[in-house]
Design a protein around this ligand. Structure first.
Ligand SMILES: [Mg+2]
Length: 353
């Protein structure tokens, strides 16, 4: 049976949740983001996007581009609540679901009699239950589905074969494809490869020469919209963390340790609330030059006590002894499920960098 994969993505999720509870803002540019000097845009409504405001943009820039924007601080509990409703409906519609975040998921529709009708129905259900709009892409693999769902936002509904995707996005820059970032795009540019079509038919030797024997062929395959069809239910979170970016880089050791303790305290309160405890304690430190290091240690018994977590985190921080001013600090506890589990490999603990 040929694989049929859908990607569903709520349109401007955080901003849309805010607009639903503040209908008086409808039609006005809305930006969800923090207020500190280093705050970035988490989501912009489509009205704000028209002024050039985009996700991850520094808030100061967003305010310059769109001075009339209404800025709302993020309310993650509210987003999680709406997300739970959305994902409940998604899981009710299809057995195989891979949730990719609060507002997007891959669905395996293989074998369904009418994949399109199923997805139309799901979008209607989500709208009825939450008031949120979603965009959907359907294709033979996750890559086609993902790019298709982005193609006509908001309220997009795009169904493409792999070949159709190649034709439709032939003139698009390589960066359109997830996994091809700014650096790679720049190097492709230097090779004169500025479109997906050019990348798809680029000389394999040239790509391998520039990007190595693994990434070279991979890039060409991405440009041909070859992708994974593996939709895998994501396990429950196996770690929980708190991190903070400081408004001003911290150089004073006592101050850094106080911040670390504060993060450990917040983290442990969260763990206790969720009745979770873990054995691996990790810290993440980003220096002012963006060097980012993580250090982890696994202890004998699961804990969610700030005395234990804070102590291990402090030891890790002292052992690392940041050589430069610290921009970001984080604490994580992982490997839930008690002491019966085999110890995980602490060095592989995935802390988002
Ligand atoms: Mg979204």
């Amino acid at each position: 049976m040929p694989p049929v994969i859908a990607h569903l993505d709520i349109d401007a999720f955080y901003a849309s949740v805010e607009l639903l509870r503040r209908p008086e803002l409808k039609g006005r540019p809305v930006v969800v983001g923090g207020s500190g000097p280093r705050a970035v845009v988490t989501t912009a409504s489509y009205e704000a996007r028209r002024s050039g405001v985009g996700s991850a943009m520094p808030m100061s820039r967003a305010r310059r581009l769109c001075p009339e924007a209404v800025v709302i601080p993020p309310d993650f509990p509210a987003y999680r609540e709406q997300s739970a409703v959305v994902m409940g409906l998604v899981r009710g519609a299809v057995d195989e679901v891979e949730v990719m975040g609060l507002d997007e998921a891959y669905l395996d529709l293989t074998g369904l009699l009418s994949p399109r009708a199923s997805m139309r129905r799901l979008v209607t259900q989500i709208r009825a239950a939450t008031g949120l709009d979603a965009s959907v892409g359907i294709g033979p693999n996750k890559l086609v589905a993902k790019v298709a769902s982005e193609a006509e936002k908001p309220q997009g509904f795009v169904v493409l074969t792999r070949e159709q995707a190649c034709v439709r996005f032939a003139g698009s820059p390589p960066r359109l494809v997830p996994g091809i970032g700014a650096k790679t795009a720049e190097r492709l540019d230097e090779l004169g490869i500025t479109t997906l079509a050019a990348l798809a038919k680029a000389d394999p030797d040239v790509l391998t020469g520039a990007f190595g024997p693994r990434q070279g062929p991979w890039l060409a395959a991405r440009a041909r919209f070859e992708g994974s069809t593996h939709v895998e239910a994501v396990r429950e979170a196996v770690s929980e963390s708190r991190e903070t970016t400081f408004d001003v880089d911290i150089t004073v050791r006592d101050e850094l340790e106080a911040q670390l303790h504060r993060l450990a305290d917040q983290l442990c309160k969260g763990l206790q609330k969720h009745e979770r405890a873990g054995r691996t304690i990790a810290i993440k430190v980003r220096l002012d030059d963006w060097t980012t290091v993580t250090r982890a240690r696994t202890i004998a018994h699961a804990t969610n006590e700030v005395e234990h977590v804070g102590q291990v985190a402090l030891e890790l921080l002292r052992e690392y002894a940041p050589p430069r001013p610290v921009r970001l600090l984080g604490v994580r506890v992982a490997s839930f499920g008690g002491t019966e589990e085999p110890a995980p490999e602490p060095v592989q603990l995935a802390l988002p960098v």
